[in-house]
Design a binder for this molecule. Structure first.
Ligand SMILES: [Zn+2]
Length: 254
């Protein structure tokens, strides 16, 4: 007699398509709606968010420390909230409008507030993702930031296939991550690396390793959002100050 069959696994969650379609229809019907909370009215001159969703956004780049290989890294706001919602829309739904809003916010914060660099580049996404969505959000962000800094943007990194990183130690993760990026050419320059989200900084470190090995002098990074705890207030005071300029008083109030 055959053993009883194991119970069937629970059905997979329904695909997100219905929710995405509804979201898309709402965007078309209410083009002013807040992309953070879904409210029907965004700030008229803001980032596609309502005043409540825009309020927590910083007015200066937030110092996020110096991951290995980098001189320093900054983020333009927390990933939880409006900025993160816009980044995810750009990444998952190729929403160019959302990416442009994020890029404009990054450019505004970067202008005059970062160390001098010679060239701006970006962390490339996997090729399958680039092909599928036909827009590279990090490249659009790098172009906007480069323009704000008056510096050229260059594609200095290629991306190869992905590797499974789960369960790997820090050393292995860094080695595997680095093997996903290849420097193009010899960037003998100070480089600003742009990415969408900074979590541990491991991706930024892997890219910086590759750029430095190819001849880059020094590497800094600016990301749209950061995950994890807010930076120490003193660090922000020290590292977020505009070089030689008066601090923006509105920042201290936050
Ligand atoms: Zn909102």
């Amino acid at each position: 007699m055959l053993p009883p069959l194991p119970p069937l696994p629970p059905p997979p969650p329904p695909p997100l398509r219905a929710a995405e379609l509804l979201d898309h229809l709402l965007d078309l019907t209410f083009p002013d709606r807040c992309r953070g909370c879904g409210g029907l009215r965004a700030h008229p001159k803001g980032l596609l968010g309502c005043p409540a969703c825009e309020a927590p956004l910083p007015l200066l780049p937030l110092w996020r420390g110096a991951p290995d290989g980098l001189e320093g890294a900054w983020a333009c706001g927390p990933h939880d909230g409006l900025l993160g919602a816009l980044v995810r829309r750009g990444k998952m739904r190729a929403d160019i409008w959302a990416v442009e809003r994020v890029a404009a916010h990054m450019a505004r914060l970067a202008r005059g507030r970062l160390p001098p660099v010679d060239v701006v580049t970006w962390v490339p996404s996997p090729l399958w993702r680039q092909l599928r969505r036909s827009v590279e959000p990090t490249a659009l962000m790098a172009i906007a930031v480069a323009k704000a800094l008056g510096r050229p943007h260059r594609m200095l990194l290629d991306r190869s296939g992905g590797h499974k990183l789960a369960g790997k130690g820090i050393g292995d993760r860094r080695r595997l991550l680095r093997s996903q990026y290849r420097a193009r050419g010899f960037p003998q320059a100070r480089v600003l690396l742009i990415d969408d989200v900074m979590t541990t900084g491991a991706t930024l470190s892997a890219c910086a390793d590759e750029l430095l090995a190819a001849g880059a002098e020094r590497v800094w990074a600016l990301t749209a959002t950061h995950q994890g705890k807010a930076p120490d207030a003193l660090d922000v005071l020290i590292a977020g100050l505009p070089a030689g300029g008066a601090p923006d008083r509105a920042v201290w109030a936050r």
